[in-house]
Design a protein around this ligand. Structure first.
Ligand SMILES: Nc1ncnc2c1ncn2[C@@H]1O[C@H](COP(=O)(O)OP(=O)(O)OP(=O)(O)O)[C@@H](O)[C@H]1O
Ligand SMILES: [Mg+2]
Length: 178
């Protein structure tokens, strides 16, 4: 797997997100493409991260609440990923995305302290999460079989249907948080 993304775009979206979040604290606002930098779009968000697609089709994830002490940082998540790549054979029909981590500077967190920031750059999966498939009434796979297989192989604590995307061939674990 090659390098995903580049440090310039990682820093760019980190800075753009900090400005955006000041004016629009709620994620649903990011669905309005004209709020985002030209050529960028919003892919989705969870408790900890917001994911954006760059003009050249890379998924960049920024941390929403640095310093909250809540959830793992992007750097910690990338560490989980490297451990999996080294030590786990992914179950048949599932895979990990290509993934690169970029340090992007410092930011004052909720606690008033400065925190090291990092952005995750991931292969952008063209598809939906298992939960979106269900919400949209699509004929889905056996979610629990897939979640079960991923849990047994990866031993992470945050494997749920919002963290697995179907790319038309494989189920891809896009959130490697623990
Ligand atoms: N590689 C990717 N390609 C396309 N979309 C993605 C990708 N990674 C994440 N997304 C979208 O962004 C959303 C949020 O990403 P992610 O799950 O990493 O955030 P999180 O805050 O860590 O989630 P959680 O609340 O599960 O901890 C996903 O549910 C998915 O819709
Ligand atoms: Mg998630």
């Amino acid at each position: 797997m090659g390098i995903v993304g580049n440090p310039t775009d990682a820093r760019f979206i980190q800075d753009a997100f900090i400005r955006l979040q000041r004016d629009y604290p709620w994620d649903y606002a990011y669905e309005e493409d004209d709020l985002l930098p030209e050529g960028w779009s919003f892919l989705g968000s969870g408790m900890y991260r917001a994911a954006f697609r760059s003009p050249d089709g890379v998924c960049y994830k920024v941390e929403k609440n640095p310093g909250s002490g809540y959830g793992q940082t992007n750097e910690e998540e990338f560490d989980n990923y490297l451990n999996l790549v080294r030590s786990v054979t992914m179950p048949e029909g599932t895979r990990l995305p290509a993934y690169t981590f970029y340090e992007t500077g410092m930011r004052e967190g909720y606690d008033g302290q400065m925190h090291k920031l990092g952005v995750s750059a991931m292969e952008c999966i063209e598809g939906k999460t298992l939960s979106d498939m269900e919400d949209e009434g699509e004929e889905g796979p056996d979610d629990w079989a897939i979640i079960g297989k991923l849990n047994r192989a990866c031993r992470l604590s945050d494997i749920h249907r919002g963290n697995v995307m179907y790319d038309g061939t494989d189920y891809v674990l896009v959130d490697i948080g623990a």
